[in-house]
Ligand binder design. Structure first.
Ligand SMILES: Cc1ncc(COP(=O)(O)O)c(C=O)c1O
Length: 452
């Protein structure tokens, strides 16, 4: 790195401890400093343009620099910059967004609750489930079953729900109440000649066996992302969700659907739950709800659950959970405007128009000698690299090739995300066919330059 002593990069290294970063490597390579964004593009501090093929972190549905969101935020800041929702207080935008989220949500949702991040949302849901089962006189029914390679966040409980080793290792996690079953990734985990349906049947059986081994009276909920995102973009095998839900219903197990990445059109319907026929008891969403311009996550849940919880709050005197900034007016106002833009510009409907071209370009890499699998749905996809196409064997140093390819991508002006040796793509919903071409042309040039 050639950073001068007082450069932004040097100050970053000196003062800023980054999330989800190898700190010692960071000291060597320094930050990639993004100082501006417009549409699907971001610009580094030297003015170089990149097409953001990950929408930031699966986030920026309406693109960068959307002036209407700036105006909505400014209006709200002038009118009411902060108010809370504790102890019967409320404010107009929180009421409006709660109504909108309940009406938009799939299934039979009755109430919405707001927090500041996907992690807080999943943490809160576990507390609500525990509160609910205590209220129902089932104090032993507390375990939550998640999946290997799931990503549900990084607070103590949400990291426990996450099924990725690095989110547990040396953090003394997961908590003992959290159990994990297999990842539904057919390419990696199906047996030879097993069809998607057979694989799904086997996973549902494994799930049922797990419940029986733990004792159904101790299992409260199953949590899943319809399409698993940050673990590596795994599209569920056909019939998987129907079979998993059947098991949940058999043992009175709540279904928690984490729509943090899937929500707001990503898979071709408003919700991943719609795409895969899931009927959630709790649904979590975040990221695209404000295009991540400001922090926000929402939890919607059924009136059946609400009524049990509400009775218990009357008994105790309160629901003693909530963040100071929950339902923050700024977040509410930006979410309302962001959802207006998404609806007015039909950004969710556009996903189905763009998806065939996106998937065609994505799948065009499947015959490359270093590509094991290409997979996608709607406007989300991944390309998994392998050292040996035939045996599916990975590389000697897992993750190094993916990282190298992502860095070559930067040189080619495209930002995609390495997840180990899997490269993920999740562009802003405002992307055009031509920009999709630019993403995969840039990716192709980077792949051509990759030597392993
Ligand atoms: C499916 C899912 N759930 C939860 C989270 C955690 O959200 P946050 O980073 O806002 O805490 C993420 C973040 O990527 C996610 O992808």
């Amino acid at each position: 790195m050639t950073a001068l002593p007082n450069s932004l990069a040097a100050r970053d290294i000196e003062y800023y401890f980054h999330p989800v970063t190898n700190a010692r490597r960071h000291e060597q390579v320094g930050p990639m400093i993004i100082s501006k964004g417009k549409g699907v593009y971001v610009y580094d501090d030297a003015g170089k343009e990149y097409i953001e093929a990950m929408a930031g972190l699966w986030s920026v549905a309406v693109g960068f620099g959307e002036e209407r969101l700036v105006q909505a935020a400014t209006r709200q800041m002038s009118e009411l910059p902060f108010y809370h929702s504790f102890s019967h207080k409320s404010h107009p935008t929180a009421i409006a967004l709660a109504e909108r989220m309940v009406k938009m949500s799939p299934g039979n949702m009755g109430k919405a609750h707001f927090v500041n991040s996907g992690s807080e949302a999943n943490d809160t849901v576990v507390k609500m489930i525990w509160f609910y089962n205590n209220a129902r006189g089932r104090p032993e029914k507390k375990k939550i079953i998640s999946r290997i390679k799931a990503y549900h966040g990084i607070t103590m409980m949400s990291a426990s729900l996450t099924g990725l080793p690095n989110n547990h290792r040396d953090f003394d996690l997961p908590f003992p109440q959290i159990k994990h079953v297999s990842c539904p990734h057919h390419y990696r985990f199906a047996e030879a000649d097993e069809t998607e349906e057979e694989f799904a049947t086997r996973l549902a059986k494994e799930f049922e066996d797990k419940i029986l081994a733990e004792g159904p009276e101790t299992v409260a909920a199953f949590i899943g992302e319809p399409v698993m995102g940050a673990g590596g973009v795994f599209i569920p095998p056909r019939t998987y969700w129907a079979k998993m839900q059947e098991v949940c219903h058999k043992y009175d197990i709540l279904i928690v659907v984490d729509e943090v990445i899937n929500g707001f059109g990503r898979t071709g319907n408003v919700w991943g739950s719609d795409t895969y026929g899931i009927k959630p008891d709790f649904m979590i969403c975040s990221k695209q709800i404000t295009s991540s311009y400001v922090p926000l996550a929402s939890i919607t849940f059924t009136n059946e659950i609400y009524n049990v919880i509400a009775d218990n709050t009357a008994k105790i005197g309160t629901f003693a959970h909530g963040f100071t900034t929950a339902g923050h007016p700024l977040a509410m106002a930006v979410a309302m405007e962001n959802l207006d833009i998404i609806e007015e510009r039909n950004l969710m409907g556009r996903v189905n128009e763009l998806s065939p071209h996106f998937l065609e370009r994505l799948h065009s890499f499947k015959d490359h000698p270093l590509v094991g699998e290409t997979r996608g749905v709607g406007l989300i996809g991944a390309i998994e690299l392998v050292a040996d196409k035939k045996t599916k064997a990975g590389f000697e140093k897992p993750g190094a090739t993916g990282l190298k390819l992502a860095e070559l991508g930067h040189e080619e002006g495209v930002i995609f995300r390495p997840i180990g040796d899997i490269l993920a793509f999740c562009p802003p919903l405002i992307i055009t066919d031509k920009q999709i071409d630019d993403i995969f042309d840039g990716f192709g040039r980077a792949l051509d330059r990759l030597t392993v």
